[in-house]
Design a binder for this molecule. Structure first.
Ligand code: OVM
Length: 406
């Protein structure tokens, strides 16, 4: 029998049955108790509502998430098993594939987003950040998700890709579709998908070669079609991957970084006294808030992990947000500490599918947090932060803050 697009499984021996809905909006917006319970249940829990396994302890989550041979991505990284059901869009040729095809497409994006090409953007990113922070300091009180995180990311990133006709709303809405589509057919997913008729044709159009500036990441991807490394159609799909994964993730991470600093003024003091800690403030934000809270893998063979027998076809929900707060791995896991310098959090994944845009994300965050460290005296909440339920992304919806100038 099928459930949420995959084959139902038997409860593996020794695995606790846990009557929880990981996609309940109440839990998506305030996940810490769910994360703790998932870890305390053991290596795996069986969730009958979706007939899946879930894991959230650091070591086991890392094992499942990085072992691409046993736990494949080609059957989809959400609840749907692409070997049994058609996905809502032509599947991603980098996220939703395995080697050897993955090796080829990944190499093309990796080159386009290399440290060298991102380094060339550093000054542009910094200037944009300084200008934006100046505008916000004039306002003093503003809404940090829309006015800061979204404004910044939807300005510098589409520009770096080389989009000529950038449309902020459609870019954000497409990301919402892509990430919510990985969950069940719930209210959240349906609300996001309702925008598809307006958004999807526009996105597809923006991925065409003739829509892209010759200087950007998009053109760099198309140059791999010129040499025959990939086809023209594949280049378009890889540009689509940039637009799928590059907006909502960085908007979320930038917004959550501001939330962390507003809630931990002593940490902001430390950042101000040494702005070179900006990059570590960002890494710690990633660990502490896990912008992508969970992705699935699918067991492609019968196998064993941590003594648990896992059957072929099993969907495993890898809860990165839980692993990043595991006390077995992190000293004072629930403390936001920018001097922790976490280098092995799972927020950007691990292994061959690890975030290919991480150089760009870090450059954006570094620019914004450096500008803030240099220009802002204090960050205070100006109202209650509100979280927005999303089937894969742990994100703020609104964050009213006041910046006081130095
Ligand atoms: C893609 C993609 C890549 C990474 C994340 C993501 C679900 C999408 O290639 O479309 O979000």
């Amino acid at each position: 029998m099928m459930l949420e697009g995959h084959q139902q499984i038997d409860v593996p021996t020794g695995v606790p049955i846990w009557d929880v809905d990981p996609y309940d909006p109440a839990l998506l917006t305030d996940p810490s108790r769910y994360y703790a319970e998932l870890r305390s249940n053991g290596s795996f829990s069986f969730i009958p509502k979706y007939s899946i396994l879930a894991c959230g302890r650091y070591e086991v989550t890392k094992e499942v998430f990085s072992d691409w041979e046993r736990f494949v991505s080609s059957r989809g990284v959400g609840l749907q098993d692409f070997s049994l059901e058609e996905p809502w869009r032509p599947s991603s040729i980098v996220l939703e594939v395995d080697p050897p095809f993955h090796t080829k497409t990944r190499a093309v994006i990796e080159r386009a987003l290399s440290l060298r090409s991102v380094s060339n953007l550093r000054d542009k990113f910094l200037e944009a950040a300084e200008n934006l922070i100046d505008v916000l300091l004039e306002k003093r009180t503003f809404e940090a998700i829309e006015d800061l995180a979204e404004t910044y990311s939807t300005t510098v990133f589409p520009d770096a890709v080389g989009l000529r006709d950038s449309n902020r709303r459609r870019l954000v809405d497409y990301g919402e579709m892509v990430f919510n589509a990985l969950g069940p057919d719930n209210e959240i997913r349906r609300a996001a998908m309702a925008k598809a008729p307006d958004v999807v044709p526009w996105i597809t159009e923006q991925c065409r070669r003739d829509q892209l500036d010759p200087e950007g990441f998009g053109a760099a991807i198309y140059s791999a079609a010129d040499t025959g490394e990939i086809t023209e159609e594949e280049a378009g799909l890889l540009v689509r991957s940039l637009l799928s994964a590059g907006i909502d993730t960085t908007v979320t991470a930038l917004g959550s970084a501001i939330w962390c600093l507003a809630n931990n003024p002593e940490q902001f003091q430390i950042l101000k006294s040494d702005p070179s800690l900006a990059r570590w403030a960002f890494e710690e934000t990633l660990r502490y808030t896990s912008p992508v809270h969970s992705f699935c893998r699918t067991a492609n063979i019968d196998t064993v992990v941590a003594g648990v027998k896992i059957a072929e076809g099993t969907k495993i929900l890898c809860v990165l947000g839980a692993a990043n707060l595991d006390e077995e791995h992190w000293r004072e896991a629930d403390k936001f500490d920018i001097e922790r310098r976490p280098s092995d959090h799972l927020a950007l994944g691990v292994g061959i599918h690890g975030c290919v845009g991480q150089n760009v994300a870090r450059a954006e965050a570094n620019a914004v947090l450096t500008a803030i460290a240099n220009k802002v005296e204090s960050i205070n909440l100006a109202g209650e932060p509100v979280w927005r339920p999303n089937n894969s992304v742990h994100t703020l919806d609104t964050l009213p803050v006041t910046f006081q100038a130095k």
